[in-house]
Write a protein of this length. Structure first.
Length: 193
């Protein structure tokens, strides 16, 4: 499936009550995860399991619906549990996270390389680059490079752990996702490279 087709197919999911209900469940789970299921390394570095929910949601809903869900999740999460000032850049980061998982995991059989590429793009572009940029704009205690260095250490350390966790989780969930016809393309079990 080409990128344009992924976006239009994903946007069509927003007209289906089943997919809207799935999106609502994932929004609630992501808000709970970001509010309670993490630990804070510093004021701008957190470690949690929210990326797992974003990846699964984007593989089901696609990039368009996933990006909308990311924006709603970030905004509602801030309104329910404000942690510092509201900044739309972080909403863009949440949307981009869903975008990367959606373009790599939606609309074709999921493979290990897709999971690894999606996680790598998320780690580099959203976590290291965008979040560091937003933190340097908001807090200015460090320069952009200082935030990027701290984020690089965190993301380099966590990348293999998070990638393995995603691969194991998708392997465990593929039979269920296929049986419920939640994926656009039937994915082999176990996931191949």
């Amino acid at each position: 499936m080409k990128l344009k087709e992924k976006f239009s197919s994903s946007a069509k999911n927003l007209k289906n009550v089943r997919y809207i209900a799935i999106m609502a469940i994932f929004i609630a789970l992501k808000i709970i995860s970001s509010s309670y299921l993490h630990f804070t390394v510093s004021h701008n570095l957190r470690v949690g399991i929210g990326f797992v929910l974003v990846a699964i949601e984007a593989s089901i809903l696609g990039p368009s619906a996933g990006m909308l869900s990311g924006a709603i999740t970030d905004t509602l999460g801030f309104l329910l549990h404000p942690d510092g000032p509201y900044f739309p850049g972080y909403t863009l980061t949440a949307m981009m996270g869903s975008f990367f998982y959606g373009i790599f995991l939606y609309g074709h059989p999921i493979k290990m390389r897709h999971i690894l590429l999606a996680k790598l793009c998320n780690s580099v572009f959203t976590n290291i680059l965008l979040n560091s940029l937003w933190s340097s704009m908001l807090y200015t205690k460090k320069t952009l490079w200082g935030y990027m260095a701290a984020s690089l250490v965190k993301n380099t350390t966590l990348f293999p752990i998070e990638a393995i966790l995603l691969i194991l989780l998708f392997n465990a969930m593929i039979p269920l996702l296929n049986a419920r016809h939640l994926l656009k393309s039937k994915t082999d079990f176990p996931i191949r490279f």
